[in-house]
Structure formats: structure tokens, C-alpha cells
Design a protein around this ligand. Structure first.
Ligand SMILES: O=C(CO)[C@@H](O)[C@H](O)COP(=O)(O)O
Length: 227
């Protein structure tokens, strides 16, 4: 039985009270804080940097999962490691040297992962599996919260799950498979059945009045999933 983890994306939080918003989702039962970094270059939006990560670090012991939507990657990856990130993921197309960037993250003591946009092929993971702790599949094009889940991602998830399970059976090493974009109470079970174990949800959690009720409802859906 897979462990399922819920990772609220603070992109949809109220930035005027970010610390409270981080505490609120953890108190409501979330496992991970998902931290979206956009640079208005790799993606057409601009969000938050390492100083904000450093500011929220003392608020929670939950892992901070930094999703870098930036180009270039290496300098910011090192800065986020210093700012207290636990997991740092980046897009392979945004790095000139994927293996080197993974090394920068791991040497800084963080878990590392690759992010695949809806049209990015999975082969980027082929020769770096030993350095991956997480694979993140985008189920929307990156840049904005509140978009609709792209259904073709389900087949891609099944393929990513197959590759990861084959790797884990061979090596004993676990790699988390995260999904991000358009995850809601009414589709989370189908997404889990396709292979995801870690679920980023921004608007589905932060745009509701009762975070605990939403997270509980997601967990109830996940409990129905047969593997
Ligand atoms: O990285 C991104 C968008 O680029 C995501 O993390 C979104 O923030 C998810 O938002 P919802 O689709 O859950 O509202």
C-alpha cells in the first residue's frame, strides 16, 4: 500500500498572512508545504524567493517542497537549500546540465527531483534515476493556479509509476511521484489509482473556507483507492 501525501500549494494562499496560512494547512492535516517559485522568464508569472522560504521555515517542521519554475536553475537551487528547503525540483528544459543541477541540490543536503510539463517526455529521467528522490508531473501548464487538470496526464502517470516501480524493485530506493495542477476532491482518487503518491493542491484547499474538511475529504477519497 502506497503512502499518500497531501501538499497544499501556497501559491493560492493569502500572501498577506502567509505564516498563518502555512500553519493552518499543517494543523488541518497536510503533510508537505508546496512552494512555487516563478521567475517571469521560464514561466509567465512572478512569485516568491528564498527570503520567503527562510521566513516560513521556522513556522513548520513539515517538509518544504520547492518547485523551481526558473531558468537558469543552479544559483537559486543553492539559495533555496540554504533557506531551509527540504525538497527542490526543477524542469529539465530549464537546466543546461541536468545531472549537475541534481548534484548541486543533493550536495546542499536536499532531496532532488525533476518536473515534467504536460508535453515533456519522461526520458529525461532515464540516466539520473539514482539521483532522483521525486518525480513531479505537471497536469497543467506551469505558471498559474486554478487551471483544469489535463486528462492525458493519467496515462503519463501510469508510465511514470511503471518506471519508478521497476527501479525500486531493482534497487530498493523509493522515488516519490507527485502530481500538480487541477487536483480536486472529485479527481484525486482517479489520479492516485493512476500512480501518484503525493498530491499538490492549491485552489482546491486554499479557496475553501474549511481546510480541514477539504483535506479530510481528499483523504477519504484516497482511502477508497485499490492498488
Ligand atoms: O505549479 C503550479 C502552477 O504552475 C501549481 O502548484 C499550482 O499552484 C496548482 O494550483 P491548483 O491547480 O491546485 O489550483
Amino acid at each position: 500500500m502506497r503512502n499518500f501525501r497531501i501538499a497544499p500549494s501556497i501559491l493560492s494562499a493569502n500572501f498577506a498572512k502567509l505564516g498563518e496560512e502555512v500553519r493552518a494547512v499543517i494543523d488541518a492535516g497536510a503533510d508537505i508545504i508546496h512552494f512555487d517559485v516563478m521567475d517571469n522568464h521560464y514561466v509567465p508569472n512572478l512569485t516568491i524567493g528564498p527570503m520567503v522560504c527562510e521566513a516560513i521555515r521556522p513556522i513548520t517542521q513539515a517538509p518544504i517542497d520547492v518547485h523551481l519554475m526558473v531558468k537558469p536553475v543552479d544559483t537559486l537551487a543553492a539559495m533555496f537549500a540554504k533557506a531551509g528547503a527540504d525538497i527542490i525540483t526543477f524542469h529539465p528544459e530549464a537546466s543546461e546540465h541536468i545531472d549537475r543541477t541534481l548534484g548541486v541540490i543533493k550536495e546542499a543536503g536536499c532531496k532532488a527531483g525533476l518536473v515534467f510539463n504536460p508535453a515533456t517526455p519522461l526520458h529525461y529521467m532515464d540516466y539520473v534515476m539514482d539521483k532522483l528522490d521525486m518525480v513531479l508531473l505537471m497536469s497543467v501548464n506551469p505558471g498559474f493556479g486554478g487551471q483544469k487538470f489535463i486528462p492525458g496526464t493519467l496515462d503519463k502517470l501510469r508510465e511514470a509509476r511503471r518506471r519508478i516501480d521497476e527501479y525500486t524493485a531493482r534497487t530498493g530506493r523509493e522515488i516519490w511521484l507527485e502530481i500538480d495542477g487541477g487536483v480536486k476532491i472529485d479527481n484525486i482518487a482517479e489520479i492516485a489509482a493512476a500512480g501518484a503518491d503525493t498530491f499538490v493542491a492549491g485552489s482546491a484547499i486554499y479557496n475553501t473556507p474549511d481546510y480541514k474538511a477539504t483535506i479530510d475529504a481528499m483523504r477519504a477519497e484516497l482511502a477508497k483507492v485499490k492498488e
